[in-house]
Design a protein around this ligand. Structure first.
Ligand code: PRT
Ligand code: ZN
Length: 302
């Protein structure tokens, strides 16, 4: 008889090996201070700076790995996670996963798309049609919600060419720019799900050493995500124009105003959102601001 397996102490995070979410997921984890040593087959990365290892897999495998407890967290598209959860529910299992963070990138929609030259009157128009998709559960529950009976044709890829190949009448596929649909003479008419990359975790929160490590990692992730959205705005203004300049500052933290030695002017610094516009900078300049600078923030500890 083999001895019982020792409880796992190190945290294991699943990310996409390649594909759209792999590199940004790795960059995010690296910005949390993680460093790794890669295995020769490049499927496993041993965490050096923290006891956090990475498993590099296909995105479709990530929800199952977490639900089964093989991994503790994963970075995956909400679309993949929701499909997996609906699949579990249909098989009579309780929830396996929970969305722990939304990451603000990898955004797309799961849309119904019909032929460009057809008119759209609503979901009931789909009754009796064949709909090609890689997300049969999400589509199935949307159809049920709208009380529409249609035939779901499940394909693992190349969904958008299914109507041209005679495999389906319409499609239900992921859309970001819309270019792929347009190239296939299709147009989006209804959205079933708004998706983006998320951190998924087990339905029941982790405890013990792994729970603490997961909390630490998520806290660092929150900090890293906030930094990405933060800029330091710096400018100078003559004292008698300061009031006017202050009215033009973007929303953000309270500004710090410093005297400039030997000059009748002040230096103003403030943290603001990364989306500070050119128009805002031009308005500030018109109000009297000079030496305007918008800088990235590398680290922040309040
Ligand atoms: O190999 P592996 O199985 O791991 O990867 P994959 O090929 O299954 O997935 P991948 O890497 O293509 O996508 C991973 C995740 O990225 C998806 O699950 C979504 O959450 C997210 N994402 C964001 C997208 C898109 N945008 C996207 N545009 N996933 C796919 N697409 C495809 C879509 O299916 C269609 O073919 O891109 C085409 C449409 O793009 P537009 O810009 O022309 O509209
Ligand atoms: Zn996949």
């Amino acid at each position: 008889m083999s001895p019982p397996a020792l409880p796992r102490e190190r945290l294991r995070v699943a990310i996409q090996k390649s594909g759209r979410l792999g590199t940004p997921a790795r960059d995010l984890l690296a910005s949390c201070g993680l460093t790794w040593r890669e295995s020769r087959d490049k499927l496993f990365c041993y965490g050096e700076s923290l006891p956090v290892d990475l498993l590099l897999v296909r995105d479709d495998d990530i929800p199952g790995l977490i639900a089964e407890g093989v991994c503790d967290l994963g970075v995956v598209g909400r679309n993949v996670m929701v499909e997996h959860e609906l699949e579990r529910a249909a098989a009579g299992h309780e929830a396996g996963l929970r969305e722990v963070r939304e990451l603000g990138w990898g955004s797309c929609r799961l849309d119904i798309a019909i032929a460009e030259d057809e008119e759209w009157h609503g979901p009931e128009q789909l009754a009796g049609l064949r709909i090609a998709t890689s997300y049969p559960r999400i589509l199935g529950s949307w159809l049920a919600e709208h009380d529409v009976e249609a035939r779901v044709v499940t394909l693992s890829g190349s969904v958008e060419i299914a109507p041209r190949l005679g495999q389906s009448d319409v499609v239900c596929d992921l859309v970001s720019s819309g270019g792929t649909l347009a190239a296939n003479q299709l147009k989006p008419v209804a959205t079933l799900l708004h998706s983006e990359a998320v951190v998924a975790g087990p339905a029941h929160p982790l405890d013990g050493a792994r729970g603490e490590m997961a909390e630490l990692l998520l806290r660092r992730m929150d900090g890293a995500l906030r930094l990405k959205e933060t800029r330091l705005l710096m400018l100078r203004a003559a004292r008698d124009e300061l009031t006017q300049v202050l009215t033009q500052l973007p929303d953000g933290h309270e500004p710090t105003i410093l005297a400039v030695d030997g000059h009748d002017e002040v230096s103003v610094q403030m943290l603001c959102h990364a989306a500070v516009s050119w128009k805002r900078l031009e308005d500030l300049k018109r109000a009297g601001a000079r030496h305007l600078m918008v800088l990235p923030v590398e680290g922040m500890l309040a």
